[in-house]
Design a protein. Structure first.
Length: 262
């Protein structure tokens, strides 16, 4: 399979909704475009729900396929490459602008509002109602502030998922973006294969199931693109703790998963 850069995500999301992409989102993921076209008979989707579980490297996803079993049952799996440096704010800035770190200006671990046009600006321009549901003070809570979308900031992943399920049930949004962080947090405090880290992956999988079931229940008759989009991978340092940020396969190679639910 072709390995695609994170910079191609935004264009494909916009293509799925048949809206104009932001300035720096010039290339899309061909596999995703073809998948959406085939599943919607060329009409595109009505809604998008994006689940952003932090730090699931391709090697982690494959090693713990049994833990992430439901995510792996997605209809489409796409091999992706992170941007450098593979740090959370750098990656999400590229995911949701289509720009390189040089273009969007977040080129190290820095959490601040991005000034260039983003996916969320494109949604507003197309009169789409959108929201971000995230843990407070994390990258996804800060990078895309100042847009005419709604922001829900919670204490932890559990509250984020519960709120997301509630918002899906309310059926008021065209696009919902959901960020979870537990595996990244725990892998930094322990290592990528620790018992606690594996428990966090299990929670990611459970969150995926809760979100997917909510979509099936509440968005009946609507073509919904459900995308599971991570930002970077992980490795274990010589001092034994987990980390990321290097130009190595364990940090750069990731997988994204897509479903069309109606």
């Amino acid at each position: 399979m072709e390995r695609n850069s994170l910079t191609k995500v935004t264009k494909s999301l916009c293509n799925a909704l048949n809206i104009n992409a932001p300035e720096f989102a010039k290339e899309s993921i061909g596999l995703v475009d073809k998948f959406v076209q085939k599943k919607t008979a060329g009409k595109g989707v009505d809604k998008i729900v994006i689940f952003n579980p932090d730090a699931i490297g391709e090697w982690v996803a494959k090693k713990y396929k049994n833990i992430l079993q439901n995510i792996w049952e997605s209809e489409l799996c796409v091999q992706m490459s992170s941007v450098y440096p593979p740090k959370t704010p750098v990656c999400f800035a590229s995911i949701y602008t289509g720009g390189t770190p040089q273009e969007h200006g977040i080129n190290h671990y820095e959490k601040r509002k991005i000034e260039i046009e983003s996916f969320f600006d494109a949604l507003v321009s197309a009169n789409k109602k959108a929201c971000i549901v995230t843990v407070a003070n994390q990258s996804m809570d800060i990078l895309f502030r100042g847009r005419e979308i709604d922001y829900y900031t919670l204490k932890n992943d559990k509250e984020v998922v519960e709120k997301s399920v509630e918002l899906i049930a309310d059926n008021n949004y065209d696009v919902i973006c959901i960020y979870n962080q537990e595996y990244d947090d725990i892998m930094h405090r322990t290592h990528p294969k620790s018992l606690l880290a594996k428990s966090a992956l299990r929670n990611y999988n459970n969150s995926y199931c809760m979100i997917k079931n909510a979509i099936k229940k509440s968005y009946v008759g609507k073509k919904t693109l459900f995308a599971t989009i991570t930002d970077h991978g992980v490795h274990r340092e010589w001092y034994l703790l987990g980390n990321h940020g290097k130009d190595i396969a364990k940090d750069m190679n990731i997988l994204h998963f897509y479903d069309i639910i109606d």
